[in-house]
Design a protein around this ligand. Structure first.
Ligand code: CA
Length: 253
């Protein structure tokens, strides 16, 4: 079924969950319940082992018991976040004192459950956290324009060419964004002025040319293979591959 990809995005079935709990009966209960629900489950009784596994990047969500013999769950999470690991975390805690819970969220946790809890409740929390994580990832993807090896993040105001970050002025950024929203289409100087300069523009096309040359220099495009000049008309951004944009709303001039 062609909807398979969309399905796997919205369903949590098959998500990889790491369960970290040192009390064997509780851990076995959780692992069994999650496997029955359809998750792929790894389990561990040690904080150090959990931290190592989180760094291996094949975990979609971690359930961390707070009270572990070698390293407590909050510390695991804090250390993981410090290493740039963004895997969502649900804490299991018997310590329901508010200060502990605050510490958990400050340490980068996404949710917590206080023991004793029902397995149904745990599954619901996991599904909710996975859904929120996917929504956030989708929003990040939608704010990105990609043409060939050029990537532009509209919300973060960042640009990369072939993996190298390029620093652009606000006007250069708007100019590149306008061209990337209209790949392989020739934009006239008038259209560029209209969309890139939002104040009353003196109407000097030479200014557009100047900014195009700034962009080419910064994007290592001195020969104009990326930003092509169509003599007497305007400019076109060459994109040999398909443009990738989740929202696929192109701005029409
Ligand atoms: Ca424990």
């Amino acid at each position: 079924m062609s909807a398979h990809n969309a399905e796997s995005v919205t369903s949590s079935t098959g998500a990889r969950v790491l369960v970290v709990e040192d009390e064997d009966p509780i851990r076995d209960l959780i692992v069994t319940a999650l496997r029955f629900t359809g998750f792929e489950v790894q389990d561990s009784a040690s904080g150090l082992d959990a931290l190592r596994r989180l760094g291996q990047d094949n975990i979609d969500l971690a359930i961390l018991d707070v009270n572990l013999p070698d390293m407590d769950g909050f510390t695991i999470c804090r250390k993981a976040r410090a290493e740039g690991i963004v895997t969502p975390v649900i804490f299991l805690t018997a310590r329901d004192a508010p200060a502990d819970l605050r510490a958990g969220f400050t340490g980068g946790g996404d949710d917590y459950l206080t023991k004793p809890f029902s397995l149904d409740e745990l599954v619901l929390r996991i599904q909710a956290v996975l859904r929120r994580t996917r929504d956030r990832q989708r929003a990040d993807e939608q704010s990105r324009l990609v043409c060939g090896d050029v990537t532009l993040d509209e919300s973060a105001y960042r640009v990369w060419r072939d993996g190298e970050e390029i620093s652009l002025s606000p006007t250069e950024f708007r100019l590149l964004r306008f061209l990337m929203r209209n790949p392989n289409r020739v934009m006239t100087r008038a259209q560029v002025i209209d969309h890139v300069w939002d104040y009353e523009f003196a109407g000097d096309p030479a200014t557009v040319e100047t900014y195009i040359s700034y962009l080419r220099r910064k994007l290592h495009d001195r020969d104009g293979a990326l930003i092509r000049t169509v003599r007497g008309v305007g400019y076109a951004l060459q994109d040999d591959g398909a443009i990738h944009r989740s929202g696929n709303q192109q701005e029409r001039p």
